[in-house]
Design a binder for this molecule. Structure first.
Ligand code: 8OZ
Length: 373
């Protein structure tokens, strides 16, 4: 078989992608309020980017306690599912494919964003050390969270199941479980954030249990071939530490194999949060996990990719597809630009989070404009 390129179609679980360029999940904080409901503005933004082989939506809270940033769209109410339908219809009409990213922030939140002003929930009562944007321009220090009772875990898993079912009603092609970047599921994996003494803490098998129970719940709603998982083995964002990162993530990848997932989406160690690092631990690069992945599960590499690194990653077989984040913010027609090696618009960081259409739906297409607008 000819060596695949970024522009070769890819069978990804139940989907055939028209290229291997994935739009990474990108928090943009522009949901309709009240209710954290996606709007026509959000539909326009995603439709403009529908030439991506696959769009993964911004991280989307599965429950009211899952929110940690203002104006993020949720997937826990019927009105939110209806709002998301505007997005999925727009992307599908433009010929695209779209997965919803399922998110719970755990301790990376603040009382101001929690129902009834309660403390955020987490594996253990250990603070992240970080801050939460609770309203435009206002950051507050994340408090010491409340440790979830063992008896609350089934409800939490059920929240993921419920959100996955709402995502079906909303018309998505599948879902991605967000287990990266220091949010709830990574907090459980960490032997620093999780000091529980029940069956969800202590041993590696116990710390991985919640992620595996969530994966079981979500793949019972959508079959594994329409589910992906995002992991960030090198992540330190959210105050995350692990004594043995390689051992932890090798275990997780091995334990996920039986679910026959569409893909694993791994964040490369060269990025931290939304910034690039000069030095990093290459032993945690995504390709080192590739040999552990069995069956037809694909590997998507994410984090600070250029055109050249994306081309090289796919052509060398280090990953099956490459996710672009910041470049997709600034280049709705990124696929056409990469295909023709056209110059890229540069991104404006000041309009990443919150606001309206400016810095969101007004980045220019190549001229003449493709028909997706
Ligand atoms: C940047 C700003 C806010 C949230 C992640 C959901 O890192 C995020 C996020 C990124 O996964």
């Amino acid at each position: 078989m000819k060596t695949p390129t970024l522009f070769t179609p890819l069978q990804l679980g139940a989907l055939t992608l028209s290229n291997r360029i994935v739009m990474a999940p990108l928090t943009r904080m522009r949901a309709g309020m009240p209710g954290n409901i996606p709007t026509a503005l959000n539909a326009t933004y995603y439709r403009q980017r529908a030439t991506a082989g696959l769009i993964v939506t911004e991280a989307t809270p599965i429950s009211a306690t899952g929110h940690g940033y203002f104006h993020t769209p949720g997937i826990h109410t019927p009105a939110q599912a209806e709002g998301w339908k505007l997005v999925t219809d727009a992307v599908h009409q433009a010929g695209g494919k779209i997965f919803l990213q399922l998110w719970h922030v755990g301790r990376q939140s603040h009382n101001d964003l929690q129902p009834g002003g309660a403390l955020p929930v987490a594996p253990s009562a250990i603070a992240s050390g970080g801050q939460s944007p609770v309203a435009p321009g206002i950051f507050k220090t994340q408090p010491v969270p409340r440790a979830l009772e063992t008896t609350e875990i089934p409800t939490l898993v059920d929240d993921y199941r419920h959100a996955a079912a709402l995502a079906q009603i909303a018309g998505f092609d599948g879902v991605e479980i967000h287990a990266a970047n220091g949010y709830l599921l990574e907090q459980f994996l960490s032997d620093h954030a999780n000091v529980r003494t029940d069956r969800y803490g202590g041993s590696l098998a116990n710390r991985a249990r919640l992620l595996l129970e969530v994966t079981a719940a979500v793949t019972a709603v959508w079959s594994g071939e329409r589910v992906g998982i995002r992991l960030s083995p090198a992540n330190t964002f959210g105050g995350i530490q692990h004594k043995d990162r390689l051992g932890t993530y090798r275990h997780v990848v091995n334990e996920l194999n039986p679910f026959k997932l569409a893909y694993l989406h791994l964040v490369e160690p060269r990025v931290a949060g939304n910034s690039d690092l000069d030095t990093f631990d290459d032993t945690l690069s995504s390709h080192h996990f590739r040999e552990l992945i069995s069956g037809d599960t694909r590997l998507i590499s994410a984090g600070g990719h250029s055109r050249a690194s994306g081309v090289q990653t796919v052509e060398s077989g280090q990953a099956d597809a490459v996710a672009y984040g910041r470049q997709f913010i600034a280049n709705p027609d990124l696929v056409a630009r990469l295909a023709t090696d056209a110059p890229l618009n540069s991104y404006d960081r000041t309009s990443f989070y919150g606001g309206a259409g400016q810095g969101y739906i007004d980045y220019p297409f190549l001229s003449p404009q493709p028909s997706v607008t």
